[in-house]
Write a protein that binds this ligand. Structure first.
Ligand SMILES: COc1cccc(CC(=N)NC(=O)c2cccnc2OC2CCNCC2)c1
Length: 389
């Protein structure tokens, strides 16, 4: 399949597949900052670049509305991601973020926001190398401006602004295959509200299953089972950071979290991210951790419902508590909070609980990519310790 843009980029090319030659590591060396293009790339005549200041309520609302109406849909166009404004502000302002990497495209004449792409900086370890990368996300072009080749120039522009900060690698995901996936994950769904999921067409009634049998099948306890299971608090940040760094060291690609990162990314934020620790009742030591983020989807065509409330598994560390029990407690609290479904990728050790906790396989895949970094072989999902929003 032609990838006339990606064939011009420093990414693993399909034609080079399997050639033992290339060493693992950066594909292109950094260039001197003086050699980085100092002016933005040219947009088609009617459009102009803009920086989207997410602190500004009106701009944040424009970004929210653009994504709500034009961002990623499932393969059957029944659902569309509906990131909330609070979520976007949280996701786009981690420690050390750059406003200049929150890039919009406006129609010159009307100032209408018609496209968006973002990067946030983060340290990512690949094997033993710790590398500053841009996590690129939220690439969105208004439905009416598709195939105007806006995406390539937006990707080049965010790359240019990342280079200006002396960062030469990036990480991103897509539901489509591009040159060349670092790994390809499957996603899994655990029904929490099976009646609604079937009504909106997210799930189908199993063969030889009645609705009441299905509701019974997915029923969860009213309360969590693990003694000492409680919401994470600021005072837990040092212990959670230690737990998380230890656990993530098991994977080939994973974030290199400092306490400031854990404080931003994992402290509970209503309707954005939920995180729980297990504090041993006798030693008061924090022994385990689990978290999920909130990403609702608009239901595009249903008489009874307009929003699917979905929780997405984030980072989970089961050091003392069995992972199965820890994740079942995550399901219990998600159900208590009225989520309809709990989603997870088969990354890290997730495949050890998915089937047993009654997750069903989704019908799509999520591909992970690294920009300007060559890995000799693709990873298994279980070798990946990175969850992007
Ligand atoms: C249910 O509503 C949907 C609305 C849009 C797309 C999809 C299918 C899909 N593409 N799902 C995922 O990409 C996905 C499934 C499980 C876990 N994380 C995921 O994606 C995350 C990470 C990448 N950025 C989007 C959110 C579902």
């Amino acid at each position: 399949k032609r990838h006339r843009f990606w064939e011009t980029q420093p990414v693993g090319q399909f034609k080079d597949a399997g050639s033992g030659g290339l060493q693992e590591g950066p594909i292109e060396p950094p260039t001197p900052l003086s050699a980085v293009k100092s002016e933005p790339y040219n947009l088609p005549a009617l459009y102009e670049w803009t920086i989207c200041d997410m602190d500004d309520e009106q701009t944040c609302a424009e970004v929210y509305n653009l994504l709500t109406n034009n961002y990623v849909e499932d393969d059957e166009n029944m659902f569309r991601f509906n990131y909330s404004k609070e979520f976007l502000q949280w996701a786009l302002r981690p420690p050390g973020y750059f406003k200049a990497w929150h890039i919009g495209v406006r129609v010159k004449a009307t100032k209408k926001l018609v496209a968006f792409i973002t990067g946030v900086p983060g340290r990512i370890r690949v094997r033993k190398d710790i590398i500053w990368m841009a996590e690129v996300n939220f690439l969105c072009v208004h439905k009416k401006l598709r195939s105007k080749r806006l995406a390539p120039v937006m990707i080049k522009e965010v790359t240019r602004r990342v280079h200006l900060e002396n960062i030469w690698q990036a990480a991103y995901t897509a539901g489509v295959i591009l040159p060349t996936p670092v790994t390809t994950c499957r996603y899994w769904h655990r029904s929490l509200n099976p009646k609604k999921l079937i009504d909106v067409g997210f799930s189908r009634l199993g063969a030889r299953m009645t609705m009441s049998r299905t509701i019974r099948l997915y029923k969860l306890p009213e309360a969590t089972a693990t003694p000492g299971f409680r919401k994470m608090e600021l005072r837990d940040v040092p212990a959670v950071t230690r737990l998380l760094r230890e656990y993530l060291s098991l994977f080939i690609v994973a974030p290199d979290f400092a306490e400031t990162d854990v404080e931003h990314c994992l402290l509970p934020l209503e309707n954005v991210v939920d995180s729980y620790v297990v504090e041993s009742p006798d030693t008061h030591e924090v022994t385990d951790f689990c978290s999920f983020y909130t990403l609702p989807s608009s239901i595009l065509n249903n008489q009874n419902y307009s929003v699917l409330k979905a929780a997405y598994s984030y980072y989970n560390v089961a050091a003392k508590t069995p992972l199965l029990q820890l994740m079942n407690d995550a399901l219990v609290v998600a159900k208590q909070k009225d989520y309809d479904v709990f989603n997870a990728l088969d990354v890290m050790h997730n495949d050890t609980f998915l089937k047993e906790l009654k997750f069903g396989p989704g019908d799509g895949q999520l591909h992970y990519y690294l920009y300007n970094y060559h890995l000799r072989n693709a990873l298994k999902p279980s070798e990946l310790g990175l969850v992007l929003l």
